[in-house]
Design a protein around this ligand. Sequence first.
Ligand SMILES: [Zn+2]
Ligand SMILES: [Zn+2]
Length: 310
Amino acid sequence: MLRTILIATTALLVVIIGAFWWLLLADSKAPAAAPGLFAIEDWRALMPEDAASLPTEIRVLEIGRDKAPGFAARAGAFGTDWNTTYHSIQIVWPERTMVIDGAIDADTAIAMKQSEADWAFDAPAYETLLAAMLAADQVLITHEHLDHVMAVARHPDPATLAPRLVLNAPQIATLPVFARGTLDPALADLAPRLDGTVQQIAPGVVIVPAPGHTPGSQLVFIRTQDGRETLLIGDVAWSLDAVETLTTRPVLTQYMIFDPNEDRTSVKAQLRALHDLTVSNPDLTVVPAHDGNLVAGLIADGHLIKGFRN
Ligand SMILES: [Zn+2]
Ligand SMILES: [Zn+2]
């Protein structure tokens, strides 16, 4: 009898440890190399010669924030917090602006809440974002997930917004999922204005396709007049330490959050390419969309400016 109990207990422990390992640690490390995946020389070659044509500022408008365990953003990061930010970016030239990402609206923020104590949604900031999109020449999203598209899919003035949208085909295809009711015809009939290649879409702004986290994921490479280079990576990583440690999200997130699943193989290769890019270009500032601590630091040192310009 005792022997049977011991065998059963051991088997149960093996199953529990195996499940823990598989869900929280397995299949999370980047490959040893990802040659040619992100060729920054090609992006730089598209930048204009005339520095005066480059943007002057990169601004960030936080719409919401939250807190979750660090191991949700990076496999194995037990005992740490992930201070999550939901924001939009405004790229500013003397005569024009561009907005990147549509963040979350109030309903989505509530539905995604992780921490009662640390959660916040800034309703006036969301109104500012809606207006800034209409004032911008171009509006883009890093990818088609719900926490990046709401101010697009649920914009109260879709007819005015539509001509400003510069989206790729997978991003356009998912907008109906996040509309309230039926997607407005102005947003339903959009033509893709990004073709899946590396493209300069404005002086100093280059779009780099990076399918993996979602089919429509892309990086935004920005050079400002002060010579600084910034790379918005959307959700390729949720925190910069995922890039630094070459470790992606745990498999658990595939089951709890993503539908459809990420292409983990592509994401892990992108982590390697981003890691190597930061090593060979130490002045490049890489910004994951939800790394609240990083963004706060970049605001503090003046790399990003807090709030949108009207
Ligand atoms: Zn996101
Ligand atoms: Zn995402």
